[in-house]
Write a protein that binds this ligand. Sequence first.
Ligand code: FES
Length: 111
Amino acid sequence: MTWKLIEGADNVLENDMKEFEVDGVGILIARNATGYFAYPALCPHMEAQLAFGTCDGKLITCMQHLWQWDMETGDPVGMAEEPIKTYRTKHENGQVYIWFEEELKYAYMEE
Ligand code: FES
């Protein structure tokens, strides 16, 4: 359990998102007027890269099948059948950190 620095995440523009790699795992960082938010990089539906989707400051949308989530809570919206996992973030001294409470890997990496 630790805070992990996401190098360059402070450059993500408001109402935009970008994928980063932390310890070999993809993490999506999104930003709105409230702050920074972090999620696994892959969609919980069929593992499309969420970075190819959109972020409008309220919703994250996966471009593959248009599932959507509230970007601040990860709650599913519209057609989405599952929430998206969210990680706690902090913005300190111009850097963005995310908090990992569990081992940093995805289920698909165990195969
Ligand atoms: S893979 Fe993202 S909605 Fe289907």
